[in-house]
Design a protein around this ligand. Sequence first.
Ligand code: NAP
Length: 297
Amino acid sequence: MTNASAPLFDRVAIIGIGLIGSSLARAVKEYGLARSVVGSDRSEAVCAKALELGFLDAATPDLGEVVAAADLVVLCVPVGACAEVAERMAPHLRAGAIVSDVGSVKMAVLRDVSPHLPEGVHIVPGHPVAGTEHSGPEAGFATLFQGRWCILTPPPGAPEAVVEKVAELWRRCGSKLEIMEPAHHDRVLAITSHLPHLIAYTIVGTASDLEEDTKSEVIKFSAGGFRDFTRIAASDPIMWRDVFLNNREAVLEILQRFTEDLTALQRAIRWGEGDTLQETFTKTRAIRRGIIDAKQA
Ligand code: NAP
């Protein structure tokens, strides 16, 4: 049992001080989860901003300096940047350090980061299923993870005590924990998160291609459902580019099923099959109720 008020780590290093990195740093600091929390961002200006905002004890673009004394290093960069960051920081990691991440795809992170890690450094990939459509160090807040799921996907053979330490960090950030196989994670998230984002990007893209007079009406009457899609479609383009490039198989598989279901609805509309439409919409309403009951609304 860990003492619930004692720091879990000596020094936590956050790599990538954006929305998720800065939220985690704020939570680590506010809830006293480490004796110190340091950060690295490739941008000097972002490091300076983080220090000014006061949620890091030190920040520099020098990756090696930041990870050298850390017993936990958390990669908070887009999934596609993990390999390069891991390669650059690896020679500086201290023996016994734990490396984790927050990426929205898990197979690719494990594949790209693990080969760079030296003997004696453990990897416990993670994904806090929490976020907003905003980016950067000013967008973060300590309570982002409260009541939200965090999924860990440790590789086979990861020591239980190491996984538990990372799990406890997220619990103390207010998250609910789930351990999953990385491939299962990627399939589940393809339907719950990646496909909805793709649909939102498509709908908003279609609207933006409309002729000017229709487009202004779309904005005027956006409360009729479209507004919610515009919020999702405002999410970070680099992050989402990397999600689709790195979860290709699972997304394509779910997209194929979605396309078939959409075609079935299209057919029902064409042939006036009201029963089919009503049946589908009744089934989906029950899913919304389930989400509300699970307090994930
Ligand atoms: P963000 O606010 O845009 O921050 C991204 C950070 O990564 C920035 O510090 C950025 O540096 C850095 N970065 C970008 N490209 C890089 C590269 N090639 N090399 C090194 N650093 C690079 O994004 P975020 O929302 O925090 O997302 C970070 C991670 O969290 C992603 O892997 C994403 O999948 C995951 N995630 C996001 C959400 C969400 O809703 N946003 C939810 C759960 C998980 P600069 O300051 O120089 O741009």
